[in-house]
Design a binder for this molecule. Structure first.
Ligand SMILES: [Zn+2]
Length: 257
């Protein structure tokens, strides 16, 4: 019996499994301060999708985990070394190619798991481009999910990047890669001189070497593997609920309505 993890299945497993919905983790490899490894967003997304797919299949879904994508958009990280990055257009085209290939394999339902804030706008634009490429009801249905809001009991000091939640998840997933001797309260950068840029609803791409000078921000000293386990399980249950409902709802030209 297969667990739905494509990279671990044989061709006979895949044919017998006959997946109904596919989940794709979209990660990133970029600096995460002195405590965490560059691969943090990759490891977290990969583990969340893996666990979510297994839980969904235990609930009667036929969900397949696609290989997690390791590289995304990081133009705002350029001032740090080796922030792995491809262009917005490249990530979008890669995702559209994967979506089209899955459609050729008969998949009509696809979930992107967004594991990196720098990719979010591109993932959304990809969904628009996918809808634009097909007559209504003809193309595959694609949606995006991510980590749900964390319960207050699991994150005391929330952070955009490299903070308590990411350190906790990595302590749970890959404690061997976490530098506990470097735990600290990492400072945020200065506010922009144009104060109105911080008003509600105003958007710009922050240069992260100015926004988060250590390449991680926030107090990570209360991070723990136990909190990390809770955060990963929380994300996996959230994803599993979505995958299970998508899997069990029959396809029609008006899907998901
Ligand atoms: Zn991260």
């Amino acid at each position: 019996m297969s667990n739905g993890i494509l990279t671990e299945m044989t061709i006979e497993d895949v044919r017998a499994f006959d997946p109904e919905v596919v989940a794709i983790g979209v990660g990133s490899v970029e600096p995460h301060g002195p405590v965490l490894p560059y691969g943090t967003d990759y490891w977290q997304a990969d583990a969340s999708v893996r666990r979510g797919v297994i839980l969904a299949n235990e609930s009667g879904a036929r969900a397949l985990m696609y290989p997690t994508l390791p590289i995304g958009n990081n133009a705002n990280f350029k001032a740090f070394p080796f922030a792995c990055r491809i262009r917005v257009q490249t990530l979008m085209q890669m995702l559209l190619d994967i979506i089209n290939a899955l459609a050729e394999d008969g998949i009509r339902k696809i979930v992107l798991f967004d594991g990196h804030g720098g990719n979010t706008d591109t993932l959304r634009a990809t969904l628009r481009a996918n809808v634009d490429a097909h007559r209504p009801g003809q193309g595959p249905f694609v949606c995006i999910t991510s980590y749900p809001p964390a319960p207050a009991s699991l994150v005391e000091d929330s952070s955009d990047h490299g903070g308590e939640s990411e350190v906790s998840r990595m302590l749970y997933l890959r404690e061997d890669l976490v530098r506990k001797d470097k735990f600290d309260n990492f400072p945020w950068g200065k506010k922009p001189a144009v104060e109105a840029l911080t008003d509600e609803g105003v958007y710009f791409v922050k240069p992260w070497h100015l926004h988060v000078p250590a390449s991680a921000g926030g107090d990570v000293r209360k991070a723990s593997a136990e909190k990390g386990k809770g955060l990963i399980e929380n994300a996996a249950e959230h994803l599993a609920r979505l995958l299970t409902q998508l899997s069990k709802t029959p396809w029609s030209e008006t899907f998901p309505y």
